[in-house]
Ligand binder design. Sequence first.
Ligand code: VGL
Ligand code: ZN
Length: 197
Amino acid sequence: MQALIVIDVQNDFCPGGALAVAEGDAIVPGINALMNDFDAVILTQDWHPAGHSSFASSHSGKAPMEMIDMPYGPQVLWPDHCIQGSTGAAFHPDLAQDRADLIIRKGYNPAIDSYSAFFENDHQTPTGLEGYLRTRGITQVTLVGLALDFCVNYSAVDAAKLGFDVTVRQDLCRGIDMGGSMAAAMEGMKGAGVALG
Ligand code: VGL
Ligand code: ZN
């Protein structure tokens, strides 16, 4: 059984959004077309409370894209984005969200970020997605969405570590690419056994 996992195709990651990824909206038609080919379709939604600890605005003297040491490790500080209930947190209006079997939200814990759809950034607090996939008999997952070098990358590596057969469709992803993050992500995914399609 195969699942399509669509990572964070939300307004704030598309052109005009708070943390816009170049051409983030260009992948939407291709993602919609792919949905028919899978036994399950899962959407993830970055879903932060106002004042989230991953926001630069929550740390005096810090600017977006600077790093900070958190108890769980280094963390990039982001512009305020995907605030619960905001237009920025909504899915891109053209995404076929009615096709989703499950929408999994992440990043709701104020003290910790969650790039991966499987675990928060401490790499141990689960979101519940693993259990959902296993109880539905899913063994193969294909990932698409935003951003390739952050949430897609972390989700793909975690899925592979958990033993799923993982493919990332690069043509249906777009990345942020800061400080060599894209090259590092590609190496990390390859090393984890992720197929880059
Ligand atoms: C993401 C940075 C912060 C992502 C989410 O979806 O890749 N990146 N929050
Ligand atoms: Zn976020």
